[in-house]
Write a protein that binds this ligand. Sequence first.
Ligand SMILES: N[C@@H](CCC(=O)N[C@@H](CS)C(=O)NCC(=O)O)C(=O)O
Length: 202
Amino acid sequence: MKLYFAPGACSLAAHILVLESDLPCALERVDLATHKTAQGDDYRTLNPKGYVPALVLANGELLTEASVVLQYLSDQKPEAGLMSAPGTLPRYRQLEWLSFIATEIHKQFSPLFRPETHAKTRGAQRDALGRRFTYLCERLKDRPYLMGEAFTAPDAYLFTVLNWTGFVKIDLAPWPRLGDYLATIRARPSVERALRAEGLIA
Ligand SMILES: N[C@@H](CCC(=O)N[C@@H](CS)C(=O)NCC(=O)O)C(=O)O
C-alpha cells in the first residue's frame, strides 16, 4: 500500500492509523499547491480529485475519502481494535463519529484556510465549530476517548482536525477538555512519530 499525504492535512489521521497498527505502507508527500508528488509526478493524474488522503491498495486500485481510508486501514488489522467488527452497533457508532467529524468539523475548517474567505463567513464558521466543540466536550467529559476507554479511528481523525485550531488561531481555552484530549493523543507514540515524520514537530 502507499498513502499520499500532505503534512498536517486530514491524511495525518491515516498516517497515525498506519503506525498504530504497524501496517506495511509506503508514504509519499504531495505538495497541494503545485500538485506535485515527492517523486515529481502530477498528483492529479494519480488522483483526479486532487486532494489527500489517497491510498493505493495492493491490487493497484486507489481509495479516497478520509473516513473510508481510515476504515480500510483499520480493517487490515482488526486485532488493533481501531474499528469494531462490521455489522455491530459499536461499528455504527464509529461510523457516526467519522461522518460527524468529516462533515461537521473537517469541512467547517476548510474555509478558514482560504485567504479569500470573507470575514463574515469566517465568523460564521468559527461559531459553528464552537457549537461542535461544546458538543464534543460533553461527550468527552467522562471518558478519555470518543468511544470510551480505547483509542479508535475516530480519535485519530478528531485529533487531526482539532490540531488545526493552532493553524487558524482558534483558542481552545473555552473548551479545556479538548485541550486535554489533544495532549493525551499527541503523547501516543504513533502520533508523535507521525507528527515528526510530517515535519510538524522537531
Ligand atoms: N472529501 C475529502 C476531503 C479531503 C480534503 O479536504 N483534503 C484536503 C486536505 S485536509 C486537501 O487535500 N485539499 C486540497 C485540495 O482540495 O485541493 C475527504 O474526506 O477525504
